[in-house]
Write a protein that binds this ligand. Structure first.
Ligand SMILES: Cc1cc2nc3c(=O)[nH]c(=O)nc-3n(C[C@H](O)[C@H](O)[C@H](O)COP(=O)(O)OP(=O)(O)OC[C@H]3O[C@@H](n4cnc5c(N)ncnc54)[C@H](O)[C@@H]3O)c2cc1C
Length: 395
């Protein structure tokens, strides 16, 4: 396996770094670039964040892999992956679901009208989307979703509920999977719709999760939509949902934040003592650090396998499952290990007097579990590895 970047790829990554160095000088930089921030709080909205995304758009960083006919540059997805790694390293917003799953699905399946309406907005970072997949009874088994979309004239009426919809409280558009044929087998009766977030009949209620990450539940009460809200073909929604996950392979799996977390862990341990003895001289600490260091390298290699397979045109479902389950568990383990050795001050949160390292470890403690759930839980990833990777029977 050749892990080296080509000269063109290296030059691109350097260009992104230069752009981010310049952005770091911006008076509002702390509102959109903060390496202490985890992936989830990057989702928070602000004018500064949107302005930054617009500057990324102006620089040509949005929609790079899209076809030229719709404003893209037709360059390989690896460049989007490189861009996201650099953004993640600086705690800047990643290129996101508009350019990724939603834009690409509209390009492949949307009507001409839908393409003209949404694609320019996405390229200019003028629109924010929320993804409405999960429901109270349907998360891991998403195909069992029940949100009802009943035919009404040439449109539909939607009734039911979604849950865990990140961004619903500031997004303009809702990308929603709903059941349009209750009698068809569960994978074949789902359609995807695009609905304005302020549409009559939609109610968004907050759910506060650990680590101050806000997500939402969304209620549909006789939400009437016209035929233009349907994405692609009726009852083909499951195909689009799965395809969208494939589109995300290049952009979802950044490793830089994990490497950075490990570097910070080393720094925290290097500079502290217990009972007058530096932690760096403690044999237990040294052994654990050695093991974690080896695992960080393993995570890096697992991630490269995702990128390598995807860059050759494959769908690296098993590689991605391996990387996700391994790296998210490792992120939690590094955090727990550091907290075990920081003493009580390590538990103080951001802003508290005496908080170690600005309270970042307490913050990581609360946010790293979310990584093991969002985008498919660890158990689900293990099932993918067991069944599709190792050919084991369904348990
Ligand atoms: C930070 C964050 C952001 C999110 N954002 C969104 C969003 O924007 N839009 C959206 O639609 N959803 C979103 N989600 C929801 C996420 O996709 C679901 O939480 C996830 O798919 C799990 O579904 P669930 O919560 O219903 O849990 P369940 O599916 O009910 O799982 C409960 C437990 O059972 C285990 N389990 C389930 N099935 C199996 C099985 N077959 N074998 C073994 N164990 C199993 C799971 O691993 C888990 O431990 C988000 C979640 C998080 C944490």
């Amino acid at each position: 396996m050749d892990f080296k970047l080509s000269p063109e790829e290296m030059a691109f990554a350097q260009g992104v770094r230069a752009f981010l160095d310049e952005e770091a000088q911006h008076p509002d930089a702390h509102d959109f670039m903060d390496p202490d921030r985890d992936a989830h709080s990057q989702l928070a909205n602000s004018r500064q964040r949107r302005d930054f995304c617009k500057r990324m758009g102006a620089k040509g960083y949005l929609g790079m892999s899209w076809p030229k006919s719709v404003g893209g540059q037709e360059i390989p997805g690896i460049f989007e992956y490189l861009l996201n790694e650099e953004l993640a390293l600086r705690g800047a917003p990643l290129i996101g679901k508009g350019v990724g799953c939603i834009g690409k699905t509209i390009i492949r399946h949307g009507t001409e009208e839908m393409q003209q309406r949404f694609l320019p907005l996405i390229l200019d970072a003028e629109v924010e989307f929320a993804l409405g997949y999960s429901e109270p009874g349907s998360g891991s088994d998403l195909a069992s979703l029940k949100l009802k979309a009943e035919a009404d004239g040439d449109g539909w009426v939607l009734n039911g509920q979604k849950v865990w919809t990140t961004s619903a409280h500031f997004a303009e558009w809702y990308w929603v999977a709903a059941r349009t044929d209750p009698d068809a087998p569960k994978h074949k009766g789902i359609s995807v719709f695009l609905i304005p977030m302020d549409h009559p009949g939609l109610t968004v209620r907050p759910i506060e999760t650990m680590g101050h990450h806000r997500t939402n539940e969304v209620f549909f009460d006789n939400v009437r939509i016209g035929p233009d809200a349907l994405v692609g073909e009726l009852n083909k929604g499951w195909t689009y949902v799965c395809e969208a996950l494939d589109f995300e392979r290049f952009t979802f799996y950044t490793v830089n934040p994990l490497l950075q977390k490990f570097e910070r862990a080393l720094e925290a341990l290097r500079t502290r003592a217990r009972h007058g003895k530096p932690l760096s001289e403690d044999m237990g600490v040294r052994r654990a650090v050695g093991r974690l260091g080896a695992e960080v390298e393993t995570a890096k290699m697992l991630q490269r396998r995702v990128v390598d397979a995807a860059s050759k045109g494959g769908v690296p479902a098993i590689e991605a499952a391996m990387y996700k389950v391994f790296s998210t568990r490792l992120g939690q383990e590094i955090t727990n290990f550091v907290l075990d050795h920081l003493g009580p001050a390590g538990l103080l949160r951001k802003g508290a007097e005496g908080a170690v390292d600005g309270g970042v470890w307490e913050h990581f403690y609360q946010t790293t579990p979310l990584d093991t759930i969002g985008g498919g839980t660890s158990e689900v990833q293990k099932n993918i590895i067991a069944r599709r990777g190792l050919g084991l029977p369904l348990g």
